[in-house]
Design a binder for this molecule. Structure first.
Ligand SMILES: [Zn+2]
Ligand SMILES: [Zn+2]
Ligand SMILES: [Zn+2]
Length: 192
């Protein structure tokens, strides 16, 4: 078994280096990268500060915590009980490969091939390719499904962060209030 190490350098069971984004907050249980408990818990929000800066002072809003505030936040976390690093690896749900590389396809493509069996799974690119090949070998591709070249183009655009191409292929995803497609097995996907 390989020894898991966090991005901050610590091994399993050890506390993260203070400030590591992967540490879980012991108050809200979100990862630090998403948690903003600090502002309320060490009293940095005041009515006197403008709502545009989230009731924080301009210094904190734009520059983050100063040393004294960081020490108070650390003491608050320690008093509550900090949460040590434990590895939570992802596996391909089909072949079991650890930490498969992420990829993205248009939602209709994922829904058509992954469907209820794997809708919420992590799949490696190899297994998803196999599923596509096997399904296509046994069933004509519906006309509403994007063409093979378009799917490939989308995957490459996602990898390189080419938003323009992603938006051209899947414009509905860039609309506000997009909540994903409804699962639909017959007659093509319903969007919105
Ligand atoms: Zn860490
Ligand atoms: Zn929190
Ligand atoms: Zn796999």
């Amino acid at each position: 078994m390989d020894n898991a190490v966090c991005e901050c350098g610590v091994s399993e069971g050890q506390l993260h280096v203070f400030g590591c984004r992967w540490e879980f907050c012991p108050f809200c249980e979100l990862q630090m990268v998403e948690c903003d408990c600090v502002y309320d818990l060490i009293g940095l929000r005041h009515r006197g500060n403008p709502p545009e800066t989230d009731w924080l002072s301009a210094e904190v809003f734009s520059g983050g915590l100063n040393d004294e505030q960081e020490q108070r936040w650390l003491a608050t976390l320690e008093a509550r009980g900090r949460i040590p690093f434990v590895d939570t690896p992802q596996f391909c749900a089909r072949c079991g490969a650890k930490w498969p590389e992420h990829f993205q396809v248009p939602d209709v493509v994922w829904e058509y091939y992954a469907g209820p069996a794997h809708r919420k799974s992590v799949l490696c690119a190899h297994c998803f390719g196999e599923i596509r090949r096997l399904v296509d070998a046994n069933r004509p591709r519906p006309a509403w499904l994007p063409a093979e070249e378009t799917i490939l183009e989308f995957m490459l655009a996602w990898r390189s962060g080419d938003r323009e191409t992603l938006q051209r292929i899947e414009p509905q995803k860039f609309e506000t209030h997009y909540r994903g497609i409804r699962p639909c097995r017959l007659g093509g996907p319903a969007t919105g």
